[in-house]
Ligand binder design. Sequence first.
Ligand SMILES: Cc1ncc(COP(=O)(O)O)c(C=O)c1O
Length: 411
Amino acid sequence: MVDFERSAASLQIPSRSNCKPPPPMPKKWKTKLIHSDAHIPEGFRSLSIPVYRGSTVLFPNAASVQDTWDQYEVGYTYGLYGTPTTLELAARICELEKGFRTFITPGGQGAIALINFTFLKAGDHILVPESVYTPNRKFAVQVLRRFGVEVSFYPPTIGGGIDSLFRNNTRLVWCESPGSITMEVQDVPAIAAAAHRIGATVVLDNTWSAGIYFDAFAHGVDITMQALTKYVGGHSDLLLGSITVRDEAAYQRLGSTHQLVGCAASPDDCSLALRGLKTLAVRLKALEDAALALACWLAERPEVELVLHPALPSCPGHEFWKRDFTGSTGLFSIVFQRQFTQPQVLRFVDALELFEIGYSWAGVTSLAVAYDFHSTQNRPDYGHRIVRLNIGLEDIDDLKADLAQALDSMK
Ligand SMILES: Cc1ncc(COP(=O)(O)O)c(C=O)c1O
């Protein structure tokens, strides 16, 4: 466990008294509004991590002023690079993912963009899985191509065969395992080994595993990102992302781009995420149990052709989940039998009473969203028949009853 007081001390947070002793001159009330001499008792200790807000950071003297982003090196310089609350969250994510350092971004998509801006330049080539989170795909197509980066997509189950897609300018290989909506589990070690043979960097969207159930760095990944919005936040009320690196070189490159892109995260949101971390273990266990129970139950229903849950053999890449993951979480998809029309699938979603309809996932409320892959290139032939379910913390029997009545309503 990271000791907050100890880590804050090691970062040399200047105390008010170190920075500026109270001025001896008498003050008018307006001045006192800004430079108060009021005193309160010292020594407060509680179990919550304080929310340090701040853009300006005070320096002890004129000579020590500097604008350097690496606060681990020089102490605190500017709120953009993180207050102690932000850095505490970063240090804890880094500890859980067993990386070298972590950056916090204002959202998961912000983390994706920052990684691409840092590690790519015009003339480079990037490989992205076809199953990637749609805004990640769109960033590659709509932004990276505009800046002269060559973008290719690859089948998520390609494994070591990815080497046939390498070019002499391939710099970055994205992985997302399991993939968004279609849930393919990737052979990340094989992809990483191939990428490293040509000196390319491997980056993984590790959101589904919460950075817990897949040890990315032990499986060859160089950089991980997570939407902390999901399991770490856990209550659908914040947006945050993280980027964790395995070495100092990547840390330096990311840090300077983070500074120039200026993507500061709110300390208030970081404080909510720190609170979320405290209950992550119990939430993950409950969500895993409930999702597995419901996935197995749905697999037996005649309306369902396929359950895309990584822990079930029906999910593409299930063997890699079994080999590489230590658990599963609460998000999976189902594919209805071919005879079901789109209106019937939509009727199923609309008939659900406990499952709400909405984007994002990993909160305490069960959610259902229907997708339509008819016009999406290179996705499996699921058409309009795929529905993604986020399992929440409601009673499993109630969720089962809700799914049963919604399935009945399709007929
Ligand atoms: C797999 C995955 N990665 C990244 C993101 C982006 O996260 P955020 O919503 O925090 O920008 C999402 C959001 O849905 C996601 O599902």
